[in-house]
Design a protein around this ligand. Structure first.
Ligand SMILES: Cc1ncc(COP(=O)(O)O)c(C=O)c1O
Length: 476
């Protein structure tokens, strides 16, 4: 019997799925090259990028998609270890497709009924994990935007008339760790705080915000007649994965009546795991929290949320306009999330996030993190065994920063050059896709464990490739 529910769907949908299968199953596209690196000018010559006047044939469409896939690094492969995400997520990919087919927008319940309810369920579930029992939140375009909204809420609490009257002339000061993500700088730019008023607080040996330094920085600001308003902690810093201490920072924030935010874009998912959540103890003490589901949870980009402890803070700070034509008063007014968003049209990110979570379960995420943490331990023990590899930073989470360091003595800048060359050469030879990064003045190779299919064999092969590439580079 034909499925009644399907008869109004575009007839092309099943055809499109067939074509998609054809694309990913095409021989040559299923190879193990993580990246077919080409410099931009060379790649531009290889691709047929001209848009033309007349529409193209179906075959050209397939060819364009195939060459897109061929030259785009394969983020789903186990040797894609450069970024804070890696892996393939079938429910997420399917949901992303369906999202485009439905093409709903998130401002009002009327046009995105299911997606709005899914988003609400996600926000509730995330808030429960973080410990915001009666909180609120909204999905945003990324951790960068979530951090910006958090800073905006802090500014609004201190300057409640700012929406109508603009800045009152106070010099507002924000504090983040020196290892915090650069998105806080963007927030300071966009919100008119000024990057000089974003204070990078030094970190301790474990890469955690030094709270004595924070306290001193706040005292200095007050002494200079400035107004502290925002402390941004990080749970899982971008380069080394360190976690700032929440409880002690919260005492300082409360003492000075400063908004406390946690950027959990990378480290938030530890809250799924009984054995890892101690890394982010006391998250409930924060005022807001950044969550990125497109990192460790492997939901296709972008899937992020800003979570807020105080139920009405978001709507108070964001609401404005649209009442004359869009946000009608009816029984669904409370579900018109556009009121607390900074966007009008907003893509549905909830379906792929909700479906990924449904498919994996909270327990699935816990198992993934625990497996990767055990694998990280394995990697550390291997690095320890190789005389020519040296760990450069504490590896408390899923970031391993290390470097190739031959026994013969090289200067810091020579070591930096060798390790940059290793990353570049491995990428060109397709031996692995990693990047280099700096930590406390030393440069190393940053390996991220985010792909749920990583194994000890992958780690072995990667480290052997590093050693061999380093040796070849120094003794060609
Ligand atoms: C700790 C941290 N916060 C925020 C961000 C920004 O997130 P997004 O790329 O989703 O904007 C990143 C990105 O890597 C990050 O590592």
């Amino acid at each position: 019997m034909p499925n009644e529910h399907c008869k109004n769907y575009p007839a092309e949908l099943s055809g499109l799925i067939e074509q998609f299968k054809q694309i990913i199953e095409t021989p040559g596209n299923h190879d193990h090259h993580v990246s077919r690196y080409l410099p931009a000018r060379k790649l531009a010559k290889k691709l047929d990028l001209a848009l033309g006047t007349e529409g193209c044939e179906d075959a050209d469409i397939i060819a364009a998609l195939l060459s897109y896939l061929r030259y785009t690094p394969k983020a789903w492969q186990t040797n894609f270890n450069k970024l804070l995400y890696s892996g393939f997520n079938a429910p997420g990919v399917l949901a992303d497709w369906v999202t485009s087919v439905s093409n709903a927008t998130m401002h009002t319940y009327q046009v995105s009924p299911v997606a709005s309810l899914m988003e609400q369920e996600l926000i509730h579930s995330l808030n429960r994990l973080v410990g915001f029992d009666d909180g609120d939140g909204i999905m945003v375009s990324g951790g960068t935007m979530a951090n910006m909204v958090a800073m905006m809420l802090a500014r609004h609490r201190l300057c409640p008339n700012i929406k109508e009257q603009g800045f009152s002339g106070k010099q507002l000061i924000a504090y983040v760790s020196e290892l915090a993500h650069y998105s806080f700088e963007k927030a300071a730019i966009v919100l008119g705080i000024g990057t000089q008023n974003l204070i990078p607080v030094k970190t301790d040996q474990q890469g955690r915000m030094d709270l004595e330094a924070l306290d001193n920085a706040i005292s200095n600001s007050i002494r200079d007649n400035k107004q502290p308003f925002f402390i941004g902690l990080t749970a899982g810093t971008t380069v080394i994965g360190s976690f700032d201490p929440v409880k002690q920072a919260s005492a300082i924030a409360r003492h000075h009546d400063i908004w406390l935010h946690i950027d959990g874009a990378w480290g938030g998912p530890v809250l799924f795991s009984e054995s890892c959540k101690h890394l982010l103890a006391d998250s409930t003490l924060a005022d807001s929290f950044t969550w990125d589901a497109h990192k460790l949870m492997n939901v296709p980009l972008a899937a992020s949320a800003i979570l807020v402890k105080e139920k009405h803070a978001l709507i108070r700070a964001c609401e404005g306009g649209g009442g004359d034509y869009l946000f009608h008063e009816d029984e669904n007014s409370d579900y018109n999330f556009g009121n607390k968003s900074l966007q009008c049209g907003r893509r549905v990110d909830s379906l792929k996030f909700w479906l990924s979570w449904k498919a994996s379960g909270a327990a699935g995420y816990a198992r993934k993190i625990e497996r990767l943490m055990a694998l990280k331990q394995y990697m550390l023990s291997k690095i320890d065994k190789y005389a020519n590899l040296q760990l450069l930073a504490p590896a408390n989470y899923l970031n391993v920063l290390f470097r190739y360091e031959p026994r013969r003595s090289l200067s810091e800048s020579q070591l930096a050059s060798v390790n940059i060359a290793i990353c570049k050469s491995m990428l060109k030879q397709d031996l692995g896709f990693v990047d280099y990064a700096q930590y406390k003045g030393r440069l190393g190779i940053r390996f991220i464990l985010a792909n749920g299919d990583l194994s000890e064999q992958h780690i072995d092969r990667f480290l052997e490739n590093c050693l061999k590439t380093g040796e070849d580079f120094l003794e060609p």
